[in-house]
Write a protein that binds this ligand. Structure first.
Ligand code: PLP
Length: 363
């Protein structure tokens, strides 16, 4: 099948660029002697998770328990859940998958640790617990230093929990435009985590697992040599926000744009304007509007849930009814979550279909 035979809107992956991205991140981690556990929140696909593991990843991360459940049901065997799992109902669900796969989960709260220990005992499962440390993002995570040590003690003293290590993810700096600024901020975040690890080790607790990092800081995290595991997600696809930041000291972007959307012209109401079949339900808008590929002078505007429009500044639309237009999404994660499958292509040919089985699994 050819690309231009696909019904739209459709989510496309340029397979060669995607595979090169996967290989580059794997090599980056390998060269730095760091394990690589890519974040599946970006793709939500067991097929892609398997490819990453076959390429050398130790396992994957999931943001939500629901994502992890889907991946385990598709035979993914090693998952770190990077968001706290709270309450008996969800903890019980987590123990069910921890019976079938190696499940680690972050925690940043005594109450959660106590409840998890009780549910683990009831279910007869011993999950790995990673203390989440707030290394600057101001989202989840206990403060670095003594507060993290206290939680580590709590996990260590719980019969039904294993203390695995620390997570420190600084999401607020992943898209800092200046590489120099991002470099300083990322090293600071890693420093907070390694100092906390040192404190915990000095207190006599075993600790050799420090996980974190994202695509935007991956090059820095690899060079900073503090983390033992990298958890980048969006590098596989890239998006217009990630493309706009400076990479590697402003030199080259190490990852290529592999994810695009294809939409079709469905109406030509005026000479300088066309309507497309891609609205708010087909591409996310949280990062701004998607960027049309190779259409200089075209400005994009959403026109509702199912429609959008392109207005051409010279007053003349070069597109005909049914023509297809490619777009780069501004935010890959939230766009991927809208689709059932990726269509992988090479040149003009469709080469594979990968299901996004965990899309919408936000619980
Ligand atoms: C905890 C955690 N780790 C890693 C990532 C991966 O980030 P990115 O997709 O920017 O590589 C995210 C993304 O939000 C995250 O929340």
């Amino acid at each position: 099948m050819k690309l231009n035979q696909l019904d739209t809107p459709v989510l496309l992956i340029e397979e060669d660029a995607f595979l090169r991205n996967m290989k580059r991140m794997q090599e980056l981690a390998e060269k730095a002697g760091i394990a690589y556990r890519p974040h599946a929140k970006a793709h939500k696909s067991s097929e892609i998770a398997k490819m990453q593991i076959d390429a050398g990843a130790v396992g994957v991360c999931c943001a939500k328990l629901g994502e992890a459940e889907v991946l385990v049901s598709h035979d993914i065997k090693d998952i770190l859940i990077t968001t706290p799992v709270i309450g008996i109902s969800k903890l019980t669900r987590m123990m069910r998958i921890a019976n079938k796969a190696k499940i680690s989960v972050v925690a940043d709260n005594s109450e959660n640790i106590a409840e998890m220990a009780a549910v683990a005992q009831t279910c007869g499962v011993r999950p790995d617990v990673v203390i989440e440390v707030d290394v600057g993002q101001g989202r989840c995570g206990v403060q670095p230093g003594d507060a993290a040590l206290d939680l580590a003690y709590e996990v260590m003293s719980a019969d039904w929990l294993n203390f695995k290590g620390l997570q420190g993810y600084q999401g607020a700096i992943q898209m800092t435009t200046s590489f120099a600024e991002r470099d300083v901020a990322a090293r600071k975040a890693v420093g907070l985590l390694t100092d906390t690890a040192e404190l915990i080790r000095k207190a006599g607790l075993p600790l050799d697992y420090l996980t974190g990092g994202g695509s935007g800081t991956s090059v820095i995290d690899a060079a900073a040599a503090g983390l033992t595991e990298l958890q980048p997600g969006g590098y596989l696809f890239m998006d217009s926000r990630y493309r706009e930041i400076e990479w590697d000291g402003g030199n080259s972007i190490p990852f290529e744009q592999s994810l695009t959307l294809l939409a079709s012209v469905i109406s030509l109401p005026e000479p300088g304007r066309c309507i497309l079949d891609m609205g708010l339900k087909a591409v996310s808008s949280d990062g701004g509007p998607p960027v049309p590929v190779n259409l200089p002078g075209a400005s994009f505007k959403f026109a509702g849930e199912e429609h959008s429009e392109l207005v051409f500044e010279n007053g003349s639309c070069p597109l005909a009814l049914g023509d297809k237009v490619a777009f780069v999404p501004t935010h890959c994660d939230t766009t991927v979550n809208l689709y059932d499958r990726f269509i992988a292509y090479s040149g003009e040919d469709v080469v594979d279909v990968w299901n996004i089985a965990a899309r919408g699994r936000v619980q």
